[in-house]
Write a protein that binds this ligand. Structure first.
Ligand SMILES: Cc1cc2nc3c(=O)[nH]c(=O)nc-3n(C[C@H](O)[C@H](O)[C@H](O)COP(=O)(O)OP(=O)(O)OC[C@H]3O[C@@H](n4cnc5c(N)ncnc54)[C@H](O)[C@@H]3O)c2cc1C
Length: 380
């Protein structure tokens, strides 16, 4: 039997995140788009209201969300502002390696730390010469006594400057290359961490990114996640879990831009009638609505596959991220078109949504990389 209805718990999540978005994100999104600063006040309030760290197990202070619960929550955040939503959701990316491979003691310590500080974490994979090609990572973490000495250069790191700790991927044996890639929890108060000024960028401006240089940072050996050489697998398994989150944020912003432009089209009068009465506009809106539905279904299907342990989950999560972010780009662009000059104006939010959507096609693996994952899965 197929049943697309949400459980009572998921309906409550949807209502709670929608309410939070309406009260705190929507009224502040243009301000943060201008400021290009991390929205600490909203994140602190998110902590207060139990909006942060959904996927962390309840026994460690989270909400114990499965992937479907998280998808429902992220769609609501994306409908408000993906940039602010990422301020809340990027913790999921950085904390997932802990969820997947940390021992009980590490989980207790680091989930505890993030909750106690009401803080955020950063996921540090990308380097100047290792973007799509994760195997090109050059950062090293060489064991010396009970420490690993971390040296390296990361870039585009979301939450870098505001994080309590970084989840860093580095080689423990450079001669073995990516086969020695290993994940570490690196508290940001350790000496030797140089965080460069934040990246200036097109959209999602409430989310901050930095280049980071690690020089002889002494990371306690007990901060290693899993075993030496498990890093590549941890990074890929993390993306299997989190790509549906990017998909859900994309569905949210596509849905919101569609709704705003639909209302506009019903009220904007040209040639003596609402512009929506022209089939050219009505069909555009029909295609936008259809794309949002299809992207949501693909996202929920990928989330369901993950929660039910299906083997096709890498392919499905890549498909959901690819399709939902592509339709977010298309739907937000069409929303601007439907609203004409007002759509292009900064006074209305759809131009911001269009700028925000672009990034969903790039981070957590570009959409070309998603096609690589999908083609590998379907051709093997
Ligand atoms: C705002 C922002 C936030 C980010 N946050 C984080 C973060 O928190 N943590 C983190 O570790 N990283 C983060 N990233 C990095 C992001 O994941 C990378 O930018 C992305 O993976 C692409 O890498 P690149 O930018 O080096 O592009 P490149 O790998 O240089 O790719 C350039 C172009 O070539 C294409 N390409 C590359 N290889 C192939 C191929 N084999 N076949 C076809 N096309 C190919 C790509 O699709 C792309 O279009 C962030 C990036 C941005 C911009």
């Amino acid at each position: 039997m197929i049943d697309f209805s949400l459980s009572n718990k998921q309906k409550e999540i949807q209502e709670k995140y929608r309410d939070f978005t309406n009260r705190l994100i929507i009224p502040n999104r243009l301000k943060y788009d201008d400021l290009a600063e991390f929205p600490w006040d909203i994140v602190k309030q998110a902590y207060k209201e139990g909006i942060m760290n959904g996927p962390i197990p309840e026994k460690f202070g989270g909400k114990g969300f499965n992937i479907m619960d998280s998808a429902v929550a992220s769609e609501e955040l994306g409908a408000g502002c993906i940039g602010i939503g990422i301020g809340i959701d990027a913790n999921t990316l950085a904390l997932t390696p802990l969820l997947l491979s940390a021992n009980e003691e590490q989980q207790k310590k680091f989930f505890g730390l993030i909750n106690e500080k009401q803080g955020v974490a950063a996921y540090c994979l990308t380097e100047p010469n290792a973007g799509s090609d994760v195997a090109g990572i050059k950062s090293t973490a060489i064991k010396k006594g009970d420490k690993y000495i971390l040296n390296g250069h990361k870039r585009f790191i979301t939450n870098g400057e505001v994080a309590t700790f970084h989840t860093v991927f580095a080689l423990t044996n450079p001669e073995r290359g990516a086969r020695s890639l290993t994940a570490f929890i690196v508290p940001t108060d350790l000496p030797g961490i140089d965080i460069k000024p934040r990246l200036q960028k097109m959209g999602q401006k409430a989310s901050v990114q930095n280049e980071i240089i690690y020089t002889d940072v002494e990371v306690p050996a007990e901060n290693m996640l899993g075993q030496e050489g498990h890093g590549f697998l941890i990074a890929m398994k993390t993306f299997d879990r989190t790509r549906t989150g990017v998909a859900a944020l994309s569905v949210g912003t596509a849905r919101a831009s569609f709704e705003i432009s639909k209302d506009w089209a019903k009220n904007r009068i040209q040639f003596g009638k609402p512009i929506a009465a022209n089939q050219a506009i009505g069909f555009m809106l029909a295609d936008m609505a259809t794309a949002v539905e299809a992207a949501r279904l693909l996202t929920w299907n990928a989330a369901w596959a993950y929660d039910n342990g299906l083997r096709s989950l890498s392919k499905l999560s890549a498909m959901s991220k690819l399709y939902a972010s592509d339709i977010a780009m298309k739907v937000t662009t069409d929303a601007v078109q439907v609203m004409g000059g007002d759509g292009y104006s900064k006074e209305f939010v759809v131009e911001k949504m269009m700028r925000d959507a672009k990034l969903c096609q790039i981070y957590e693996g570009t959409n070309q990389v998603q096609r690589l994952v999908i083609s590998k899965a379907i051709l093997k």
